[in-house]
Structures are given as structure tokens and as C-alpha cells.
Design a protein around this ligand. Structure first.
Ligand code: T5A
Length: 205
């Protein structure tokens, strides 16, 4: 089984992936966890280009192709072999992140993204996806990110405000993805306590 966790910043993916791994292992399953962008030596190198501040000033098309290049390597050299060996694979982010962040968040054309996806990973889809849904401000606070007006009271907050709008757009994007894929996607209220979120995930599994 291939399980992915999705959501905005600070939605609790890392926390819940570890709890789910522990719960599944306690039932005797062989589980590996991995993440995107990254998960293999080559894909982790691409991750540096994408997430580090000095990684590069990529055009939107180049950025999308880098995410899918990393994903191609990850799928072919780690995820598929692990699934073939009978393991449960739990992945922190996958294609839905690109659709939500680059597509709904940054406005990259969804048809083009889906075309790049087709070339990169074919029809590879998770069996189950948990979308951890949380109020944008709460998620960013949890993640320790700066928000509109939280520094020196300056009114020069256009950039930060744009960031809030961006995060709102990607949150709505995730909810749209969930509506389009009701069998695969489970939207989980991530504002609940860590234990309650875990129970909701276990119940869906
Ligand atoms: N990206 C990625 C794209 O743009 N396109 C793509 O295709 C892909 C794959 C990668 C970045 O790359 C972008 C998205 C991202 O910007 P990442 O490494 O996945 O980022 O990092 P983030 O998503 O930013 O992960 P975070 O660490 O911010 O969030 P998590 O993992 O969702 O949250 P977690 O578990 O670390 O929790 C954050 C804090 O909240 C607490 C935790 O203890 C922790 O302190 N917490 C809770 N507190 C209260 N109640 C709960 N229920 C809590 N659950 C967790």
C-alpha cells in the first residue's frame, strides 16, 4: 500500500507519519517512510535546488520539471521496489503537492502540470492520501513561519500578505483535489489534538 500525506505548512504531516508508522509496525507490517522532494540520493540533490534559499531562481516550468524529475527517480528507484517487496510506503508529500503549490498556489497551468506528470510517473497514484487541513494562520504559526503583521507592526506587509493569499489558494486547491478523488483522499481536521488526528487517520485506514 502506498500512502501519502499532504497539507499546507505546519499541518502536522511529519508528526502523523511517525505515529502511523509506529501503529502499523505494531500490527506486524513492514513500513518505510520517505519524503518529497527527495527520498533518494539523486532526488535529495534536486531538493536542495528547490527548497534552499540559494538553490536557484527557476522559471515556473523549470521548477515543475525539477519536482517531477525528483519524483521520477523516487518512484522508480525507491517507491516501486519497496511496494514490490510487500512493504507499506508512507510518503510525506507527492504529486498533489505540485498540483496544490505550483498549480493552485502559484497559478501554473494544471493541464501542463498533468502532462509533465504523465511523462514523469505515468499513472502512478497513491492508494490513500491524507490531506491534513488546517487554518492557514494556525499552520504557519505551528511551523514557526512569519506572518502578516507579526514583526514590528509595519504596514509594509504586501509580500507577507501575498504569502497568506498563496497559502489560502493552495488550501482550497487541496480541498478541490479531495473532491475530485473521493476514494483516494481523506480530508482530516488537523486543528484537533495530535492524538485525535492520529485516531481519525487510523479509523480511515
Ligand atoms: N513543495 C513540495 C512544492 O512546492 N511542490 C511539491 O511538489 C513538493 C513535493 C517542502 C516544501 O516544498 C514545497 C512545499 C514545502 O514548502 P516540507 O519539507 O514538506 O516542505 O516541509 P513542510 O510542509 O513545510 O513541513 P512542516 O515541517 O512545516 O510541516 P509538517 O510536517 O506538516 O508538520 P510537523 O509535523 O512538523 O508539525 C509542525 C509543528 O506543529 C506541531 C509539531 O509538534 C511541530 O512543532 N504539531 C501540532 N501542534 C498542535 N496540535 C497538533 N495536532 C499538532 N501536530 C503537529
Amino acid at each position: 500500500m502506498f500512502i501519502t500525506f499532504e497539507g499546507g505548512e505546519g499541518s502536522g504531516k511529519t508528526t502523523q507519519i511517525q505515529l502511523l508508522k509506529d501503529a502499523l509496525e505494531a500490527k506486524g507490517h513492514d513500513v518505510i517512510t520517505t519524503r518529497e522532494p527527495g527520498g533518494t540520493i539523486e532526488a535529495e540533490k534536486i531538493r536542495e535546488l528547490l527548497v534552499q534559499r540559494d538553490g536557484g531562481d527557476w522559471t515556473p516550468t523549470a521548477e515543475a520539471m525539477l519536482f517531477f524529475t525528483a519524483r521520477h527517480m523516487h518512484v522508480e528507484t525507491k517507491i516501486k521496489p519497496a511496494l514490490a517487496a510487500g512493504k507499506i510506503v508512507i510518503c510525506d508529500r507527492f504529486t498533489d503537492s505540485t498540483i496544490a503549490y505550483q498549480g493552485y498556489g502559484h497559478g501554473f497551468d494544471l493541464d501542463t502540470l498533468n502532462a509533465i506528470k504523465k511523462v514523469s510517473i505515468g499513472n502512478m497514484e497513491p492508494d490513500k492520501t491524507f490531506i491534513l487541513d488546517i487554518d492557514v494562520t494556525e499552520g504557519l504559526t505551528r511551523a514557526g513561519k512569519r506572518m502578516e503583521g507579526d514583526d514590528d507592526g509595519s504596514t509594509e506587509d504586501r509580500f507577507e500578505r501575498m504569502k497568506i493569499d498563496f497559502h489560502e489558494n493552495l488550501r482550497q486547491g487541496y480541498l478541490t483535489i479531495a473532491k475530485q478523488n473521493p476514494n483516494r483522499c481523506h480530508v482530516i481536521d488537523a486543528s484537533a489534538t495530535i492524538d485525535d488526528v492520529h485516531l481519525a487517520i487510523l479509523s480511515a485506514i
